[in-house]
Design a protein around this ligand. Sequence first.
Ligand code: SAM
Length: 249
Amino acid sequence: MNFHVMTLFPEMIENAMNVSITGRAIKAGHIRVNAVNIRDYANNKHSRVDDYPYGGGAGMVMQAEPVYQCYLDIREKHFSEDGQEKPRVIYLSPQGRVFSQEMAQEYAKEEDLVFLCGHYEGIDERVLEEIVTDYVSIGDYVLTGGELPALVMMDTISRLVPGVLNNDVSAQTESFSDNLLEYPQYTRPEEWNGKKVPPVLLSGNHKLLAEWYRKQSVIRTALYRPDLLEKAELSEEERKLVQSIESGD
Ligand code: SAM
C-alpha cells in the first residue's frame, strides 16, 4: 500500500511513520510513505504558498497553484504512465465525513491513497474541487493542520494491511469489529495490587473463554458506547443483559 502525503511538513509525517509498527511495516515493504512538500511547488522567491482570503476575514489561505502542481507531479510519477489516472485524494478537513473503523476497512482495499493536509485557514476551494475525491474529518474539533489527521488515518489503515501486524487476527477481534468494544485484557503477574486475573482466563477452556470474551464485550459496549449497540447483532440473552445494564440493575 502506498501513502502519498501532500504537506507543508513532510518531516512530521516521516518522523511519526518511521517508528514502531508502521516503521517496521515500511522496512518490510508492506507500506510505503511518500511525503511531498507543497512548498517545493511555490513559484516565487520566498516559497510562499499562502495569501490573504478574498472578502477579508481572519488568517491566511493556501493557494491553489502549488497544491495543484504538487498533485500533478505525484500523479505523473506514481500513477499510470501517461499520468491520466485519477488517484483517490483525501482532503483532511473538519468539514469532512467523520473517520471510522469501517471507512479504514474500505480504504485498506486501495493500492494508493493521496492525502492532502491543509494549514492556516484551509485551502483555496477551486483546487479542492479539481482534485479531491473524499473529504474526511477525524472528529468535531479544529486542529492547526491536516498532518495529525493524516497520520491517524494512515496508522489505522496500515494495521489492516496484510502482514503489518504480527497477528492478523487481532485486527479482526478488536473494538468496533462487530460494533462492539473489545473485552478487557490482562497480562502477568496473575495478581497485581491485590487484584486477581479473572479465573476463566487461566482455565484453558476455549468455549468458556469465547463466551466470556463475548459477554465482556457486550457489557463494555453497553456501559461505554451504547450507541454502537444499535448496529450490533445480539442474541436474546444479550439483549436482556443490555437492558439490565441500561436500567442499572
Ligand atoms: N477554517 C477551517 C474551518 O473552519 O473549517 C479550519 C482550518 S484548520 C485550522 C487547518 C487545517 O487543519 C485544515 O485545512 C485541515 O486540513 C486540518 N484539520 C483541522 N481540523 C481537522 C479535523 N478535525 N479533521 C481533519 N483535518 C483537520
